[in-house]
Structure formats: structure tokens, C-alpha cells
Design a protein around this ligand. Structure first.
Ligand SMILES: *Cc1c(COP(=O)(O)O)cnc(C)c1O
Length: 356
């Protein structure tokens, strides 16, 4: 399939890099492709970023058939534009699609389209330390119909946003509320999918936690309210007695690509990573015994997010003196080192898109 390219007549410019923030600005172009039952995915095109017509009756607005991805392109120290594990993100996109009856994309084709889009907008990739181009592929159901059904038509978009350094002034360990009341997802539901509904489900708890002075919530399992799941919209890892422990992919949490990268790196960094069920009680007991060394979140936006305090049922524990631990720091330095071309990529994770 050929990708039809229509370039903008009014190209924009990259804002000042220390003012980027997250997800506020968009590049000149976007990728769009349509799906129709019987015809498959068709009419791929790159067009100027902007509004598009859609019926108010489109199924996505009513029944939430929508999935998305979030990955990044980086400008390396030797001025290449690179993607990090792009096919691993696009394969996960299809797992999410399956969960809400959206037809699968053809990963290789969308990967090539994505590279073409980035090449066209390559001057939008910021270059200062910690900045990147955030890439947001998403699919929405577009049948104009308020009768409940699986849509026969969809639109796939890829939009891109230059984003600032997450830690402009160094790591800041965050305060986390262990959520005892609300639930994000449960096994058999949509927890494993990157779908809008999960974000809607998490908002009320997040708002209440912020009002109480916390940065985010730590989700417990919905059935017993005992086992750790995720932290906000990131995976979570604990370092106890020199072992890194993270909850298993058991149906209610997302398979984070950052989590996967940490597991893949563990051997080479001399870290022991174990995927197993771990209860909040075990965390508090480990802290009591002086064995809880580090807690951190992992996700594409921040890479690593150190946790300085946990509060559960009103009882607060301080982790590693509210400081970033050596393992969180080492993982952050290694992953970002590979992404920005400062460290050798032994793993084949870096996909060079363009040279400046
Ligand atoms: C996107 C996401 C993550 C992090 O995944 P990465 O691939 O590492 O960015 C974790 N949990 C949820 C619920 C998410 O939506």
C-alpha cells in the first residue's frame, strides 16, 4: 500500500525546549488510516495535523471502543533520530485491540508508516537533555450508530508531540497513596489493555489522592485488596533484600515496555528481578525489618519514577530516606543512555529513523 503524503502549507516551529512540558504541542503532520469490515485497513495517508470530521453518533463516544500506544523517538548524541523498541509497542497495540474487538493492525506496515512520518517531521524532535518526541498511535470506532455493537469502521491515527525533560531538575521521589477504596481493573476485564476506559476508571482515585497531597495512587488487587498491581499508570518495582520484585502479568495490569526492558537488562546489570505476587503487608513488614531498599515506578513517559513515601490506611513509611536509590538511578542511566546513543545498544532495541 502506498502512503499518500500531503504536506502542510504552514509549517510550525519547535517551541523553546525548556517550555515544552508534556503533550501540549503537536508536530506538523499526522498519519491516518481507515478500516472497513470486508476491506481491511486502507487509504493510509500523512496529512497536516488538524481537525477531522466525525459523527456525534460515532461508536467511540458512546461505548468506548478505543485503544492507544505511547512510545518515543529520541535525538541521539550523534544526531540520529531513533525509536526505542517500536515493534514491541506496536505488538502490544494489537493485544489491546483484541481486548476491545478492534481489528489488528499490520505491525510492519504501521512501523514503516511511523518512520516515514517521523522523517517528515524530524526537525520537531527536540535535542536537549531528557527531551524527546512522544508518539501517540490510537484507534477509534467510527460507525455512526448508537445501537450497542462492535464497530465495522475504525480510524487509526498517529500524532506526535515534542516533550520536555521529565526530570528537569533531577529525580524527585514522590508520595504515593495506597488505594484502599477504588479499583482500576480486575482480571477478566480490561486491565491488560491500553484502552481509554482504564484511564477514566482511574481518574476519581487520582483526583482524591492529589487533594490529599499525594502524587499518585498505588492500586491493590480488586478482589482481596492485598496484592500490589500498578502505580497510577506505571508498573511498579520494589527492591527488598537486594532482590527486585514486580507483580506478575496476571490479567489485570499492563505489560509495560519499560518493565520489560528492566527485566531484559537485569542479568547484564547484575540485578535479580523476580515477577511474583507481593502484598502490601509484605512491603510494610519488609520496611519494619529494614529490608525495603527501594520502590520505583516504570513507564515510557518518566522511564523511572522513584517513590519516597507510601501511605496505607493512614500509616506512612519513608523509603530510602526519600532519596533516589542506586538501582533506580542505574536503570534510568542505562535505559536513557541506550536511548540517547550514549551507551552501546547490545539488544537491537534502537531503530534509526533519520540522520540530521
Ligand atoms: C502505558 C502504561 C504503563 C507503562 O507502560 P510502558 O510501556 O512502560 O510505557 C503501565 N500501566 C498502564 C496502565 C499503562 O497504560
Amino acid at each position: 500500500m502506498d502512503i499518500l503524503v500531503t504536506k502542510t502549507s504552514k509549517p510550525g516551529t519547535l517551541p523553546q525546549e525548556d517550555k515544552l512540558g508534556f503533550g501540549k504541542y503537536f508536530t506538523d503532520h499526522m498519519f491516518v488510516m481507515d478500516y472497513q469490515e470486508g476491506k481491511g485497513w486502507h487509504s493510509p495517508k500523512i496529512v497536516p495535523y488538524g481537525e477531522f470530521p466525525i459523527y456525534p453518533s460515532a461508536l467511540v463516544f458512546h461505548y468506548g471502543q478505543a485503544t492507544f500506544e505511547g512510545m518515543k523517538a529520541y535525538r541521539t548524541v550523534d544526531d540520529r533520530i531513533v525509536l526505542f523498541r517500536p515493534k514491541d509497542y506496536l505488538n502490544r497495540f494489537n493485544n489491546s485491540n483484541k481486548a476491545v474487538c478492534i481489528p489488528p493492525i499490520e505491525v510492519d506496515f504501521v512501523h514503516q508508516a511511523l518512520k516515514k512520518l517521523i522523517e517528515i517531521d524530524k526537525h520537531w524532535v527536540p535535542g536537549s537533555v531528557g527531551t524527546s518526541l512522544y508518539i501517540r498511535p490510537f484507534i477509534i470506532a467510527t460507525d455512526p450508530c448508537v445501537g450497542v455493537k462492535v464497530s465495522d469502521t475504525y480510524k487509526l491515527f498517529v500524532i506526535m508531540s515534542p516533550v520536555g525533560a521529565y526530570y528537569a531538575s533531577g529525580f524527585k521521589p514522590v508520595k504515593i497513596k495506597v488505594e484502599d477504596n477504588y479499583t482500576r481493573a480486575v482480571k477478566g476485564g480490561l486491565g491488560e489493555a491500553k484502552t481509554s476506559a482504564n484511564y477514566a476508571a482511574g481518574m476519581k482515585a487520582g483526583v482524591e489522592a492529589k487533594k490529599e497531597g499525594f502524587a499518585q495512587v498505588l492500586w491493590l488487587d480488586a478482589l482481596e485488596r492485598k496484592y500490589i498491581e500498578e502505580i497510577g499508570m506505571m508498573n511498579i518495582l520494589f527492591k527488598i533484600n537486594d532482590e527486585i520484585i514486580t507483580p506478575p502479568l496476571a490479567g489485570s495490569i499492563l505489560s509495560g515496555r519499560t518493565r520489560l526492558t528492566i527485566i531484559d537488562l537485569a542479568n547484564d546489570l547484575g540485578l535479580k528481578v523476580t515477577e511474583r505476587k507481593i502484598s502490601i503487608l509484605e512491603i510494610y513488614e519488609a520496611h519494619e525489618k529494614g529490608q525495603l531498599q527501594e520502590v520505583f515506578g516504570a513507564g515510557t513517559a518518566a522511564v523511572i519514577s522513584p517513590v519516597g513515601e507510601l501511605t496505607w490506611k493512614g500509616k506512612t513509611i519513608v523509603v530510602n530516606d526519600n532519596k533516589t536509590g542506586p538501582t533506580a538511578q542505574k536503570l534510568f542511566d542505562t535505559i536513557t543512555g541506550i536511548q540517547y546513543g550514549k551507551l552501546e545498544d547490545k539488544y537491537g532495541w534502537i531503530d534509526t529513523v533519520a540522520k540530521l
